[in-house]
Design a protein around this ligand. Structure first.
Ligand code: ZN
Ligand code: ZN
Length: 290
């Protein structure tokens, strides 16, 4: 049995070379499930030792541009890698409507490619959409379910639970603290939690007003809130991702987490891999057993 979680992109819309846009990968036995397709996802998949061509499904947690921006890049790149099977894309209804527009916007270009390049199959360009709703998701090798979170005014937005090999992984999605996430996170072996480092997000002339800060903070989770959630849910480990701002001071962030959460806490990094079966974390040349 194998069960691992890989951060592909731990950033947000703010561009930084270290943190690509939101994208994460669940590796459960022989099943590869991609969560969101933020900027740089195709490159990070290759760096992680896999390819878009090999993914079994793509889940889009909600319709925010940073989570869907590389969708067509993923499709075309995977086709060029030799993908010869349709994509299973499980997304919220507003996200599906948007992704269809991405597909339509390149219809003329892809028709030229198909006619000119004579690749062995066009099946990799086919997209089979399923609406993401509350409830279980059918995958081989892993039990999965989606639960609604509070990312209003963006709705619906979902968090995810994956269970196999006697381990439970909970992915918060983008959300403010909410009862559904607290409930889902109970006794998770790993909680992957988005974070908005409010201490580092001060009003900045020309960039963000006090009103901007308050509005963005209202649909995300602060370090203090994340720590409280992890502690109350008795999670085995907390991994932070969707780091806003992406250049947040890691040690300072963990000091804030430590005030409220006594378990193992990690600031997620692009290409960090968490092996849930063995509780081993690999990031760059560092490997740690928790
Ligand atoms: Zn986001
Ligand atoms: Zn969002």
């Amino acid at each position: 049995m194998s069960f691992a979680f890989v951060c592909l992109g731990t950033g947000c819309p703010v561009a930084t070379p270290e943190r690509m846009g939101p994208a994460h990968l669940v590796l459960a036995n022989d099943t590869k499930i991609l969560i969101d397709c933020g900027s740089g996802v195709t490159q990070r998949l290759v760096q992680a030792g896999t390819r878009g061509a090999d993914c079994d499904a793509l889940i889009i947690t909600h319709y925010h541009s940073d989570h869907v921006i590389d969708f067509w890049q993923l499709i075309v790149s995977s086709w060029h890698q030799g993908r010869a099977k349709p994509w299973r894309v499980i997304a919220t209804a507003p996200a599906i409507a948007h992704l269809q527009k991405q597909i339509d916007s390149f219809a003329d270009e892809v028709a030229l490619r198909i006619a000119h390049e004579h690749r062995p199959s066009t099946d990799g360009l086919k997209i089979e959409f399923e609406e993401l709703r509350y409830g279980s998701l059918a995958f081989a090798g892993v039990n999965a379910m989606a639960f609604e979170v509070d990312h209003r005014p963006v709705a619906p937005a979902f968090g995810l639970v994956f269970e196999t090999a006697g381990r439970k992984l909970v992915f918060s999605g983008d959300t403010a603290p909410c009862d559904t996430l607290s409930h889902a996170a109970q006794n998770a072996d790993l909680l992957v939690q988005e974070v908005f480092v409010d201490r580092e997000m001060q009003p900045t002339p020309g960039v963000r007003s006090a009103e901007t800060v308050a509005s963005v903070k209202a649909y995300h989770t602060t370090p203090t809130q994340a720590a409280r959630l992890a502690q109350e849910a008795k999670v085995g480990a907390l991994m932070l991702t969707h780091i806003v701002p992406p250049a947040a001071d890691r040690a300072a962030l963990l000091r804030e987490i430590r005030v409220g959460f006594s378990g193992p806490a990690l600031v997620g990094e692009d290409l960090m891999r968490f092996d849930l079966v063995n509780r081993i974390v690999t990031s760059g040349s560092t490997t740690v057993a928790l």
